[in-house]
Design a protein around this ligand. Structure first.
Ligand code: ATP
Length: 453
């Protein structure tokens, strides 16, 4: 790697950390060397090295690893002492080393586990309770009851966190167990390397000898035919031996494009659970727990009333964005010596707040409405014409028309391929009922509030 390559790579962090953080913390990092899996950056001060190490090292590592498979950890050296090594920051003290340096790696581990991703630090709420319960069950390490466990959900909702938590727990309960966690990308990389080096036997042996296999972001292998084929064989061999498999993806197996049918159907055999987009209560809970973590770094900083509620209301579903916002807020407050109140929040996070203006989706509306009327989502979208399904369906269509920018034909398509005239009729009917029927008016108000929260 060169400074120029790092210059390209770091740009990917801009979106996640925000412009302020990027300019303050990421841009000043100068790549020095990559040796024995350790990437060393020159930094102007100790404080900066510590700060970056504590707050951004996982993100930086993630990007580096996506390009350079052998990268294991980061080290920061104060630029003035560039010739004198090791620097204070090279020493593996908890404050100065990246999380990956504090990881546990069994002989088989292909990817480092993040120390922070445990069950203890996972905040449970309605949107993730099922996924959490399933993960807990698997982590008990009892007899395999569902295989695979398939976790899916949108970006930054905690899939990787839950997978690491399972791995930590299994290793704690049964230290002798071979738990292999890796991303689908790493699976492919290893497979290609084995082919190239004519070491397919070793590859097969390695994967078939694990007790628990965890593959993150499996959608990555879609469209990659030989990797899918090998994955399919690995999967079958492990299921045959009754070994637990845990998979994550950004969508349900049936919805991953360019994934072979036989792989899809294998993935659908076990338990499929999704992490729903976070709701207000969960976001607030997560923020409260992250504040406690930030206060370990900044014991003097307090968060004024109303700030967390404001963030939970205004910032998007993605927990990573939420965390990033909080990190930035604490850093900013400590740099400028101001208290963390609403004024500071608005000054410091203006761009994040603008970017996460809530966009309500058709799927969210369908889910909220079906929960509200206590019917199944499939019945709402399906062909049944009974009033107990048809009315909620019309309510949902009405809300889609008013709360999203979707056209009537598009809405019709999302409701089981109905015609736009059906949608138009439904919307009109609810408009009429709203005037006459207090209950419908109340339902609409409640739903609207829940969706806009
Ligand atoms: N319920 C939660 N409690 C505490 N932290 C959470 C929770 N959900 C997510 N996070 C945090 O949010 C960040 C993003 O989570 P994670 O990396 O697990 O997301 P992901 O679903 O794997 O996303 P991606 O699709 O980008 O891989 C992590 O720092 C994680 O610790």
């Amino acid at each position: 790697m060169t400074q120029q390559e790092w210059g390209q790579l770091r740009k990917r962090l801009l979106k996640t950390v925000g412009q302020n953080n990027y300019t303050t913390w990421i841009e000043p990092l100068k790549f020095r060397e990559l040796t024995d899996g350790i990437v060393t950056f020159d930094v102007p001060t100790n404080f900066m090295g510590n700060y970056v190490s504590q707050n951004f090292s996982d993100l930086i590592l993630h990007e580096l690893k996506s390009e350079y498979d052998d990268v294991r950890r980061l080290s920061f050296a104060v630029a003035a002492n560039a010739q004198a090594r090791p620097t204070a920051l090279d020493a593996p003290t908890p404050a100065a080393t990246a999380p990956a340096a504090q990881t546990s790696t069994s002989a088989l581990a292909a990817a480092a586990l993040d120390k922070r991703f445990t069950f203890d630090s996972f905040v449970v709420g309605k949107p993730n309770e099922l996924a959490h319960a399933a993960a807990r069950r698997v982590a008990e390490g009892g007899p395999v009851t569902f295989n695979p466990l398939f976790l899916y959900g949108g970006v930054g909702l905690g899939k990787t966190h839950l997978m690491h938590a399972i791995a930590w727990e299994l290793r704690a309960r049964q230290p002798g167990m071979n738990v292999l966690y890796l991303s689908a990308e790493q699976f492919m990389y290893r497979f290609v390397q084995a082919l190239r080096d004519r070491k397919m036997m070793d590859f097969k042996e390695l994967f078939r000898s694990v007790d628990v296999l965890m593959v993150d972001d499996v959608q990555f292998i879609a469209g990659k035919d030989s990797t899918q084929e090998e994955f399919f064989h690995t999967f079958n061999a492990l299921v045959d031996q009754n070994k637990q498999i845990i998979i994550s993806a950004d969508r349900a197996p049936g919805e991953i494009k360019d994934l072979e049918e036989r792989v899809k159907s294998r993935l659908q055999c076990g338990l499929i659970v999704d992490l729903h987009p976070t709701d207000y209560e969960l976001r607030l809970g997560i923020l409260q727990s992250k504040v406690e973590q930030q206060q370990l770094v900044y014991p003097d900083l307090k968060v004024e009333d109303g700030v967390l509620e404001f963030l939970a209301l205004r910032i998007s579903n993605n927990v990573r964005v939420l965390e990033g916002a909080l990190t930035r807020l604490f850093a900013f407050a400590s740099l400028v010596g101001r208290k963390i109140d609403l004024d500071l929040t608005q000054d410091c996070l203006a761009d994040v707040l603008r970017a996460s203006e809530r966009k309500i989706t058709v799927e969210e509306i369908q889910r909220k409405v079906s929960e509200h009327y206590n019917i199944r989502l499939s019945d709402m979208i399906g062909p049944k014409r009974l009033r107990s399904y048809a009315r909620p369906r019309q309510v949902a269509m009405y809300l889609c028309k008013h709360l999203t920018s979707r056209s009537l034909p598009e809405i019709g398509r999302r409701f089981g391929g109905r015609d736009h005239t059906t949608v138009m009729h439904g919307v009109k009917r609810i408009d009429e009922l709203r005037q006459q029927d207090g209950q419908i008016a109340e339902d609409l108000e409640l739903l609207r509030r829940a969706l806009e929260a």
